[in-house]
Design a binder for this molecule. Structure first.
Ligand code: G3D
Ligand code: MG
Length: 194
């Protein structure tokens, strides 16, 4: 019996689910991504979703499904196709940190996100008293909740754009890795059923 080699098609696109409480800075981030990168399209598909394609050789499509209470129930619809989760936190809003943490924990319990990579954006680093990335990591218990997947906590400021290219780079690496792993496991399942 020989080894079966499967040639992967080149990964060109990834769906990134963007979540976080209202006012965390999601829309500001999308705006910044849009005007920083050359290649983009913003299809109007109604609903509270923003799709943005960035980079020439690889497309990250961001789905900003809104953080308001009434929108949270619709999050699940977007989880199934997610190749990455970008979770945005207002690091300066200590009053709502616990609420944000609860949402984070809740979303990670979803079966569809079991091994989906996670980037937590510790946003609003420009504001006085903002918790740094280490503190957000600790408070959100990220190590524990993301122990079975790739994760990173990136400090950033959506207004100046500081930290965003690092976040995009890491997100791209994680998402590509995730998609390849998904393809491999599908291939193995197909082989098993032969
Ligand atoms: P949301 O889409 O997650 O609900 P928004 O959040 O992008 O609408 O941002 C909510 C508010 O936070 C906005 O202010 C926005 O300018 C501000 N904001 C977003 N990111 C940052 C940041 O990194 N630093 C600072 N100082 N402010 C930020 P307004 O005043 O329009 O409500
Ligand atoms: Mg918004």
């Amino acid at each position: 019996m020989g080894l079966q080699h499967t040639k992967h098609s080149e990964v060109k696109q990834a769906n990134i689910l963007m979540l976080g409480l209202d006012s965390a800075g999601k829309s500001t981030l999308l705006y910044k991504f849009k005007y920083k990168d050359v290649f983009l399209t913003v299809p109007t598909i109604g609903f509270n979703v923003d799709m943005i394609d960035t980079r020439k050789d690889f497309t990250l499509t961001f789905w900003d499904v809104g953080g308001q209470q009434k929108m949270r129930r619709s999050w699940c619809n977007f989880l199934e196709n997610a190749d990455g989760l970008l979770y945005v936190v207002d690091s300066s809003d200590k009053r709502r940190l616990e609420e944000s943490k609860k949402e984070f924990e809740l979303i990670l319990k979803n079966e569809f996100l079991k091994s989906v990579p996670v980037i937590v954006l510790a946003n609003k680093q420009d504001l006085p008293g903002a918790l740094n990335a280490e503190e957000i990591t600790r408070r959100f218990n990220v190590k524990k909740h993301c122990s079975n997947k790739n994760w990173y906590v990136q400090p950033c400021c959506a207004i100046t754009g500081a930290g965003l290219s690092e976040a995009l780079q890491r997100l791209t690496t994680f998402a590509k890795h995730y998609i390849r792993a998904k393809e491999t496991s599908t291939t193995f399942k197909e082989i098993e059923t032969l």
